[in-house]
Design a protein around this ligand. Structure first.
Ligand code: FAD
Length: 379
């Protein structure tokens, strides 16, 4: 029986494990965290990826976790409303079909679907990978060395597998001009089922209220390469609206994380018997809202091709879909316009969204990108 080691148990890892097991492959997943991480920020499952979770039989269960965000409000530096619209008007999402749920809820459902059939090893990480013609020898930080037929890195934006087998992150990571601080903050505005986007040139303060929870997800993004609490506080000082409350929460938050807004772009996702999937191979950045969907669709295609013994076809089938979705940020981003002119133009477009939402024009390129993969059928 073919055996495969997957590094990472978030979205791409468990989804890949599910499909490989279904094709009769023996699967081990190694995850560096001590357990599956629940909760987390909201993510989207759209377009072709909805077909993937439907084929997995988890669509009804995922729908129970659907967040149902009803409104996005764009505000200016002082907190005045610029425009308000439905999320679908921006993303081209299909109401009633697409899903939005906490990342950890998706992971928990995928883990629950695979835990009885797949070996999960928590609290460990790959230390070295040595490829041979007929196998891959792997050593671990903690566990004993083992051999596998294939190894797959599903270990995210800062993939360990990619570094070990393909090269340093700097070769593949494309900085999109921003860093962000993400954390949870008290829901001081009584926000419910909604997101607030506050922009001044080059800065975004976002509030994401999941349902009617007493807390919100906060995200502060701005142009820097080295974010810190002090840099964030200095950069966003003086803004009105929700930002003073967010800065107060930031100074006390114990779950704050900083990262760059970047994409992973690689000439190839397969090297010998090692492949990459999801953010590790083609992170599109959260600005596109398509990272999770690419991880799910990528896992589906990779599993099908690997099980058929046609691994190179994984890239051929998926490349165009990835390029289209990564391209959603190429025209300048709607989330963090960099200059006054770009912000003014973005705001005019936002003001038109409620009108456009009644036509097929709203979110057309996003919808086309999300649905651009016709899922192959694998036996
Ligand atoms: C703030 C923020 C907002 C986002 N918003 C959205 C959104 O609205 N819509 C959307 O679709 N996407 C969004 N994303 C992106 C989305 O989270 C990712 O695209 C998606 O989770 C990719 O899944 P993945 O399984 O490839 O990688 P990840 O979810 O990054 O998972 C990688 C896994 O590998 C594990 N790991 C890491 N290193 C090792 C190691 N050395 N050994 C073993 N395991 C390891 C990690 O612990 C983790 O479990 C957002 C991301 C962020 C940060």
């Amino acid at each position: 029986m073919t055996n495969v080691l997957i590094s990472g148990a978030s979205v791409a890892g468990p989804a890949l494990a599910y499909w490989l097991h279904r094709y009769g492959v023996d699967v081990t997943v190694v995850e560096k965290s001590s357990a599956i991480r629940g909760g987390g920020y909201p993510i989207d499952v759209r377009g072709s990826a909805v077909d993937v979770v439907e084929r997995m039989g988890v669509l009804p269960e995922l729908r129970e976790h659907h967040i149902d965000t009803r409104r996005i409000t764009a505000i200016d530096g002082r907190g005045g409303t610029v425009a308000a619209f439905s999320p679908g008007a921006l993303t081209g999402g299909q109401a009633g079909r697409d899903l939005e749920l906490p990342r950890g809820d998706l992971t928990s459902v995928l883990y629950g679907k695979t835990r009885d059939d797949v070996e999960y090893v928590f609290g460990d990480s790959i230390a070295s990978v040595t490829q041979h013609d007929d196998r891959v020898d792997v050593t671990f930080e903690r566990g004993a060395p083992r051999s596998f037929d294939y190894v797959v890195g599903a270990d995210g934006l800062h993939s360990n597998t990619r570094r070990l087998v393909f090269g340093p992150e700097a070769e593949f990571s494309h900085y999109l001009g921003y860093c962000f601080a993400g954390f949870t903050a008290p829901n001081t505005g009584g926000w419910s089922h909604e997101a607030i986007l506050q922009n001044v040139p080059g800065k975004l303060a976002a509030v994401y209220a999941v349902g009617d929870q007493p807390w919100v997800h906060a995200l502060l993004a701005f142009a820097t390469t080295s974010p810190s609490r002090e840099a964030v506080a200095g950069t966003f000082a003086g803004l009105g609206g929700p930002t003073p409350d967010l800065l107060a929460a930031l100074s006390e938050a114990d779950d704050v994380y900083f990262d760059t807004v970047s994409q992973i772009r690689m000439p190839g996702w397969v090297r010998g018997r090692v492949a990459l999937v999801g953010d590790a191979a083609y992170a599109p950045s959260f600005l596109t809202g398509q990272g999770t969907s690419l991880a799910l669709s990528g896992a589906y295609v990779l599993a099908g091709e690997l099980a058929k013994g046609t691994l190179p076809a994984y890239e051929k089938t998926l490349r165009d879909h990835v390029t289209r979705n990564q391209g959603l940020v190429s025209g300048g981003t709607a989330m963090v316009p960099g200059t006054r002119t770009q912000l003014w133009m973005r705001n005019q477009a936002f003001k038109l969204l409620p009108l456009l939402a009644r036509t097929k024009l709203a979110g057309r390129s996003e919808r086309r990108a999300a649905t651009s993969l016709a899922l192959p059928t694998y036996a």
